[in-house]
Ligand binder design. Structure first.
Ligand code: UGY
Ligand code: MN
Length: 248
């Protein structure tokens, strides 16, 4: 028997694990006929936002980016994204990066289409142009070995230049693969498990995690992961990059 008083979710000052059993829906103006779950945002202490959107019949996401840039990744299903008049059909694994100050519209999705979004306030940098809208397909992005380990494959979805102040990567661990050390760093992460399972260490705690789980890691949250099971473990994650480490 399931006991409804139990959950794997935790929310702490330095990290959170959010499993889908605790989702409560939000209403986001302009996002209609869809179920929206705000998984990570500044209320938690984060400096970015991560949501999961599930389309109903006739689901639409419509609006204008203001201070925040918006990254949309299609987890499953399909739809049409229009950004400042430029239109593309997106399928599972496709994504669109929408810079600040753009009108956007997502429609035409079949019922049940799932979207992951990341939102981050853009920090301009003198001498670096504001990025342009970018459509892409993770299936076309070659993976590279992470820190020389053949069990770890990293796909970097956004260009690695100083115009961008955020990265979105897909990290694939072969069964038994693990991070080579406990990472301790200033950059923040938000991630969503796309496949498989494993054990995540966050500071001094150890969590079993699986497909559908999300994790927030604050700056300096210590992190390590090992994949378990018979299939690769895959997560997509956000990271802030390329800006000065202090506002002083
Ligand atoms: O890019 C990263 O910092 C990445 N290796 N961290 C992580 O997967 N927790
Ligand atoms: Mn990291």
């Amino acid at each position: 028997m399931e006991i409804s008083a139990l959950t794997r979710s935790v929310v702490k000052r330095s990290h959170a694990l959010i499993s889908q059993d605790g989702y409560i829906n939000s209403v986001v103006p302009g996002w209609t006929h869809c179920t929206v779950n705000v998984i990570i945002n500044e209320q938690m202490g984060a400096r970015f936002c991560q949501t999961m959107v599930t389309l109903q019949v006739g689901g639409v996401l419509s609006g204008r980016t203001r201070q925040s840039q918006l990254f949309i990744y299609v987890i499953s299903g399909k739809g049409r994204a229009v950004v400042s008049g430029e239109s593309r059909y997106l399928f599972a694994g496709h994504f669109v990066y929408i810079p600040v100050g753009k009108e956007y519209h997502f429609d035409g999705g079949e019922e049940g289409t799932q979207l992951l979004t990341f939102h981050k306030v853009y920090e301009p940098l003198e001498g670096a142009a504001v990025p342009l809208t970018l459509f892409g397909n993770a299936g076309d992005v070659a993976g590279k070995e992470y820190l020389g380990d053949r069990a770890l494959h990293l796909q970097v979805l956004l260009p690695e230049n100083l115009s961008f102040d955020m990265a979105v990567n897909i990290f694939t661990y072969d069964p038994g693969g693990h991070l080579p050390m406990v990472e301790t760093h200033i950059m923040e992460h938000g991630l969503l498990y796309l496949q498989g399972q494993g054990i995540y260490r966050l500071d001094q705690d150890w969590y079993p995690v699986k497909k559908g789980d999300s994790i927030w890691m604050a700056p300096y949250c210590q992190q390590w992961f090992t994949a378990m099971g018979k299939e690769p473990a895959v997560y997509i994650y956000y990271k802030n990059v390329n800006r000065h480490p202090t506002t002083l």
